[in-house]
Design a binder for this molecule. Sequence first.
Ligand code: HSE
Length: 318
Amino acid sequence: MKAEDLKGDGCTVFAPATVANIGCGFDILGFALKNPGDRLSLKISRTEGIRIETRSAFDTIPAEPEKNTAGVAVQAMLDEMQAEFGVNLLIEKGLPAGSGLGSSAASAVSAVYALNRLLPAPYDNHALVQFALEGEKIASAGQYHADNVAPCLFGGIVLARSAQPPDIIELPVPRNLFCVIIHPHVEIKTAVSRRKLPEQIPLKTAVRQWGNIAGMISAFYRNDLHLLARSLEDSIAEPVRSGQIPHYDEIKQAALRSGAIGCNISGSGPSVFALTTGIENARRICASMEKILNENETRYDAFVSVINPNGAEIISVD
Ligand code: HSE
């Protein structure tokens, strides 16, 4: 494909934070938030190749395309299209790396979503997942998992029944569902965190986990918040990972005491999420979680968001 065939010279995209796993659904469940998120501007260039400029208040993001999840993802797409042009990317990070909020996925998704907008025959979201996953893979010790990339693209709550090949199922979102996020200021690299997980689990643990996953999916379909509360537990990753998160047990207990439906680790952490209905409940639960970190003089960010029904969005087209 040539640059002349495209529907524009560039565009700007917003890609939201995502909460992966949702407790029991390690690598298969996730949802999108409204905020925070990343912004990416893509410009078509007559010169082949990818050039990346990054702006981040938090950390240094690699500008080499082969080390950047946006660069790898968009390269996979350019290869598939046999593109005879290149792209310049400006990535403005609203999500810190290693926060558990799907930062690497947001970069990858925003790049492929932006290029897709300019195509005469755009790919659908199911096809875009595969390109974004090629980028996400470099942040995940070479493993494919679609539980950030898919909700970032589709919005809402999604089940990634399989990541390779991707099989993405959009799930119903319970009415008026809100999410509270507490992001303590420590960095946990997904790749490192994944290596600490057990390779094998006892059958008893597996049975408990898949009971909870089935319960959670049923709860979404039935809008049954009591069932969601019973199902929002994790017997596999949480016991291994929670020790890395400052004051995790106290934060979780504070959220549950304040009436949260459930509370668990967002992705591989350190962010912690709690679910509730309505903005008032969300603010109250957020304050109770913040109190723990304030009392312990631990720095953090806090966010309250509805579940984002749309996922990535085009902000403008040039
Ligand atoms: N499912 C992945 C993990 C998400 O828990 O490692 C990483 O954000």
